[in-house]
Structures are given as C-alpha cells and as structure tokens.
Ligand binder design. Structure first.
Ligand code: HEM
Length: 413
C-alpha cells in the first residue's frame, strides 16, 4: 500500500474498528504528501510543532463547492456541506486570531470552573437514573442507554435549553456532526436535508437567544446573550448562534464516544475495570489513558498560510494539512508500549483534546461526565461482558466510536 492511499484506507469503513496499524504505517513518513496535494502529519514531534504554529490556519480552508470526486481525501476537503457550515456561520473553531481569541475569551468567561463543578450533581443523578432504567434486563446497549442521552442533557442544562427539546437537539447534533465527517457522502437530497437541519437549529437558537434576553436565567446562553446587551465585550447575534451550535455539536458526539470507547476499553481489560470499581480515585488517569489510547477525535484539518519546514519536509503555502492526532497518541518515540492500555503510565500528554489555540474548551466538562459515568457503570453493572468485539462502529473516521455497544449483565446494583 503506498503512503498516498493510507488516508483513504483510514476513511474506509472496514478499517474503523482498528485504524492503528494504518497509523503506524503513516508514522514511517512523519509528514507525507497525498495524491491530492494535502499533507498528513502523524508523529508526536511533528504534530506538537505544528499545533502551536500560527502559520497553520483553521479559518482559511480551501473552497469546497465542487461535487464529490470519488477520491475520499479530496471529497472531504471539498465537502460542500462543510463549506456551507464553515462559511455561513464560521464558529470559533474555524477562526484564526484575533477573532478566534476574542470569541473564545467571551465563551471562557461563561464556561467557568464553577459551572462545571455545579454540573457534577446533575451528571451523577442523570447517570444513576439512566442505569436504573435498565433494571430487569440481561443486556444493555451502552450507546443508546447511557452514552447518547447523557451529554446532550448536560449541554442543554448548561446552555439553558428546555428539557423538552433535548431529543430534538441530539438529533440535530448527530446530523451536523455526521455532515462534517470526511466520509459523509452527499447526494442532492442529503445536502438539502443537512442544510435544512442547519437552518432549523439556527432558527431555534435565534428564538432561544431572544427569549434569554427577555427572561435571563442562570445559564450560559443567558450570560453570553447579556454580555452584548450590556455593551461589554460583545458577541454579535450571528456569532452567538454559531457559538451555541458549536458547543452543542462539539460537546455531544465527542463525549458520547469517550464514554462508549472508555467502557469498551475497560471491558477489554477486566483487571482495569475491577481496579476502577474498587478505587474510583483512579478515574482521572483512566480517562486520560482512554483519551490517548482510544480518542473520540482522530484528526483535524488546517491550511498552511506560508511554507512550513517540519520533520525534514516542506509543506508549501496553501496546502491542506491533516493533523493525525490519534496517530501521534500511539507514537512509540513518545510513549512506551503505545498500543498498551496502561492508566498508570506517567507523563501522558496526549492530543485527545487537541492542543494550542484551539485546545478543547469543554475538556473539564467532558472529564467530569466520563469519570462519573465510567465509575458508576463499573460499580453498578453486575458481571458486565461484551457481546460483540469489535462492536459495529459509527460512520465517522474522525469522530470515531461504536454505533452500538451490547453488554450482557447479571443485574444492576
Ligand atoms: C470527550 C469529549 C471531547 C473531546 C474528545 C473533544 C475534542 C476536541 C478537540 C480535539 C478539539 C480541537 C479542535 C481543533 O484543534 O481543531 C476541540 C475543540 C473544541 N471543543 Fe471539544 N471535545 C470534547 C468535548 C467538548 C465539550 C463537552 C464541549 C462543550 C460543551 C466542547 C467544545 C469545544 C469547542 C468550543 C472547541 C473549539 C475551541 C477553539 O477552537 O478554540 N468539547 N475539542
């Protein structure tokens, strides 16, 4: 297999369950040019130098109006839906400084440690209630029974979206996340459907923001909307809408996959499951190791604003660059026995939440959700056993996680 087809192989559904041998092949050439002129970056050292490099833009992605070419990497970069979402609303994840930093600063004033701390009790109550619903059954589907309903409920609460709209929100978030995936194929009907989803969620947010301005509550959206009203550092309405949608989309499927990938990994390592059950204080290192070993986000794209020398290669100005974060997480030059799941490893600096300017703003919240969910699952599922290994996977190659995760149980404690 030539290096040029490696990324296409990563996108192929048959490799979803285990892309790691492909990542090992990629790392043999830390920066490799693909047939379509894009560059794959796969070693820890090269990723680390690029992720902090201001010459890599998240904003200036190549135009993407052309129809599918049949070439997976090219189709991804030229994905028309991606173009529409990115350009029409341009959430901060797709912006560069100074706009990015201004918008992120406003979000961070609302996304406080206190808010995350306050979510603990809500997360714990929700997790227990979701597990209680499984009483009397001898199998559970972790994805449907817990991983999916939890993050959307938490984000809705944080933003101040009424509980009655959660189900609708989750459907929108999944649709949007899928539309942005490289391997999403869009015919005309599919494009129209996604555009309609995008318009529906924008309209909903516009109305909700208006409502929050009229009747502010103690939630993030009220806080973000009020800032403009009081003439302080303001987000315009378009940015407000795109930020609210970003928080929803970025915080939903990623967290679903962290919980599912986490439980899958623990079930594959029953000794680690038992250790976590006996000692919940192990949770933070278990979660960090899951984020390294089976991360929910496998790669992100950028564009080179100037020629960049890295790892003995030159990425020409204007090139698309794919940062293979999950490949860096398994780099033997950085991690001892990288394919081993070892929560006790020291110095576990992974790219699970990205790095640099765009480092995940929701990382503390995601950690809280995953810690509470995994510890409670280990303690309350009696004699859990995987039904299918590997389980069926969702379509996404970047946002990667199981579609279903069947677990046989002997009861609920
Ligand atoms: C396990 C769960 C999560 C994972 C693995 C994850 C992963 C990531 C990664 C890799 C990035 C960097 C993107 C880039 O460099 O282009 C990112 C950015 C971001 N994440 Fe998360 N995320 C998670 C949960 C959340 C949650 C719960 C929220 C909010 C509620 C959130 C909001 C964001 C936002 C707003 C950004 C953009 C930050 C910026 O551009 O400055 N994420 N996330």
């Amino acid at each position: 297999m030539s290096d040029e087809t490696l990324f296409a192989q990563v996108l192929a559904p048959k490799n979803r369950a285990d892309p790691y041998p492909l990542y090992a092949r990629m790392r043999e050439t830390p920066v490799s040019r693909q047939a379509d002129g894009s560059y794959l970056v796969s070693t820890q050292a090269a990723l680390r130098s690029l992720i902090f490099d201001p010459r890599l833009s998240s904003e200036d992605l190549p135009p993407s109006r052309r129809p599918a070419t049949g070439n997976p990497p090219k189709d991804w970069i030229l994905n028309p839906i991606r173009h529409r979402v990115v350009n029409a609303h341009r959430p901060l994840i797709f912006r560069d400084p100074p706009d990015h930093d201004t918008l992120r600063g406003i979000v961070m004033k609302e996304f406080t440690i206190a808010r995350v701390r306050d979510s603990h009790a809500k997360v714990a109550t929700l997790v227990d209630a979701l597990i209680d619903k499984c009483r009397g059954r001898d199998t559970v589907c972790l994805v449907d029974d817990l991983s999916c309903p939890l993050p959307v409920a938490v984000i809705c609460e944080l933003l101040g979206v009424p509980e009655a709209d959660e189900r609708q929100f989750h459907a929108w978030a999944t649709r949007m996340a899928t539309a942005l995936e490289p391997d999403a194929r869009h015919d005309e009907a599919g494009r129209r459907e996604i555009a309609a989803t995008f318009d529906a969620i924008s309209d909903y947010m516009r109305r909700l923001i208006r409502e929050k301005r009229r009747h502010p509550a103690d939630d993030m959206l009220s806080g973000l909307a009020a800032r403009g009203g009081r003439g302080r550092l303001a987000m315009g309405d378009i940015d407000l809408i795109s930020t609210a949608i970003l928080l929803l989309v970025a915080g939903d499927e990623t967290t679903v996959n962290l919980i599912s990938n986490g439980m899958l990994t623990l079930l594959r390592h029953p000794d680690e499951l038992e250790k976590l059950k006996a000692d919940p204080k192990r949770a933070p290192c278990v979660i960090e190791e899951i984020l390294r070993h089976e991360p929910p986000v496998h790669f992100r794209t950028r564009k080179a604003l100037g020629a960049i020398e890295v790892a003995g290669a030159t990425i020409p100005a204007g090139s698309s660059v794919v940062l293979m974060l999950a490949a860096g997480n398994r780099d033997p030059a950085r991690f001892t026995q990288p394919d081993r799941f070892d929560p006790d490893r020291n110095d576990n600096q992974h790219f699970g939440f990205g790095g640099g300017l765009h480092y995940c703003v929701g990382a503390p919240l995601a950690r809280v959700e995953a810690e509470i969910a995994l510890v409670t699952l280990c303690q309350r599922l009696v004699a859990p056993r995987l039904l299918d290994d590997p389980p069926p996977y969702r379509a996404g190659a970047s946002l990667r996680g199981p579609k279903n995760l069947g677990i046989a149980i002997a009861g609920i404690a």
